[in-house]
Design a protein around this ligand. Structure first.
Ligand SMILES: O=P(O)(O)O[C@H]1O[C@H](CO)[C@@H](O)[C@H]1O
Ligand SMILES: O=c1cc[nH]c(=O)[nH]1
Length: 289
């Protein structure tokens, strides 16, 4: 069945609506970063850059590193942008734009996030690297899709009980990284964690400047949650949505985090750029190895 013009939106040059990309512009190895300036920090390592395109906060560079074609794309901040980026990346490989039909043979992308995050465990220090094995989303995005099959209800129920989750907030959904891609990216030099993704940087991550938060103890309750030895480790704003949508669409996703803030210790990285650079180098080395 043909997908209507209002649903699959193409620009006049045939590119996908927000990302402004044609199917041939992307590799099947995709690095996603939040900060648009981080795209060049990654592609600076490429031996050759083939494509540079952009629209709004979505900047894309595709190039070659030691014979491997890699695309790096910025998502901007937040899960609402992840809904756009993941659906449009999938459309680029799995929908025939001319026929407006889903292809018979589907392509699975490797999607690796290089992001920044705040730790809620005192021993996971600033400037360290954390790979998210699990993620919990407090944003509600996944509930708009038929998604029960990629969620972990046992963990969700235990978390709702432990935190006495307020019922007027979206129900937490728990999702997991792709184990094969995860195995490629993990080493003894990184923490393996359980990332909480929320809809904001301040109140939703229990930061109080002038506004009072509703639940003063939320971060403490998240940090003390323990499901069969798995503890929630860090807070950011994209990972759960990436894992949820990637799993539903048949892509492999892993989120790599540079810890910039340690919330219980009240510390912030003295040199965030250096920490992020270290994470970029680590991730690229693992991708090409
Ligand atoms: O550095 P990025 O990848 O943007 O990730 C983190 O930083 C932003 C907040 O400062 C949020 O997007 C959060 O998830
Ligand atoms: O504390 C932090 C640091 C980076 N990004 C976040 O979302 N939170």
């Amino acid at each position: 069945m043909k997908i209507a013009e209002s649903e699959l939106i193409l620009n006049t040059d045939g590119s996908i609506y927000h990302l402004n990309l044609l199917p041939e512009d992307i590799s099947d190895t995709i690095i996603v970063v939040g900060d648009p300036n981080r795209v060049a920090s990654v592609s600076n390592y490429f031996d050759k850059i083939e494509i540079k395109k952009s629209k709004r906060e979505f900047i894309t560079h595709t190039g070659i590193l030691e014979g491997k074609r890699i695309t790096v794309i910025s998502t901007g901040i937040g899960i609402d942008n992840i809904d756009i980026v993941l659906n449009e990346l999938d459309a680029l490989v799995n929908i025939d734009f001319k026929e407006r039909e889903i292809k018979k043979d589907l392509t699975s992308l490797d999607i690796i996030r290089i992001g920044t995050s705040g730790s809620i465990q005192p021993e996971i220090d600033v400037d360290e690297i954390l790979v998210s094995e699990f993620a919990v989303g407090f944003d509600g995005l996944l509930h708009f899709y038929n998604s029960k099959q990629v969620q972990y209800p046992d963990i969700e129920n235990a978390l709702v009980k432990h935190t006495q989750w307020f019922s007027h907030k979206p129900r937490p959904y728990v999702v997991k990284f792709n184990e094969d891609l995860g195995a490629k990216l993990i080493s003894n030099n990184v923490h393996i964690g359980f990332t909480a993704t929320n809809v904001g940087f301040y109140g939703p991550q229990s930061r109080q400047l002038r506004l009072e938060v509703e639940d003063k103890f939320l971060n403490e309750k998240l940090a003390s949650f323990n499901f069969r030895g798995k503890k929630i480790t860090n807070l950011e704003m994209e990972t759960a949505a990436i894992y949820g949508l990637a799993n539903l669409l048949g892509h492999k996703a892993v989120s790599m985090n540079c810890i910039l803030a340690n919330r219980p210790n009240g510390t912030f990285s003295k040199d965030p750029k250096k920490g992020v650079q270290k994470l970029i180098e680590y991730t690229l080395r693992k991708i090409i190895s």
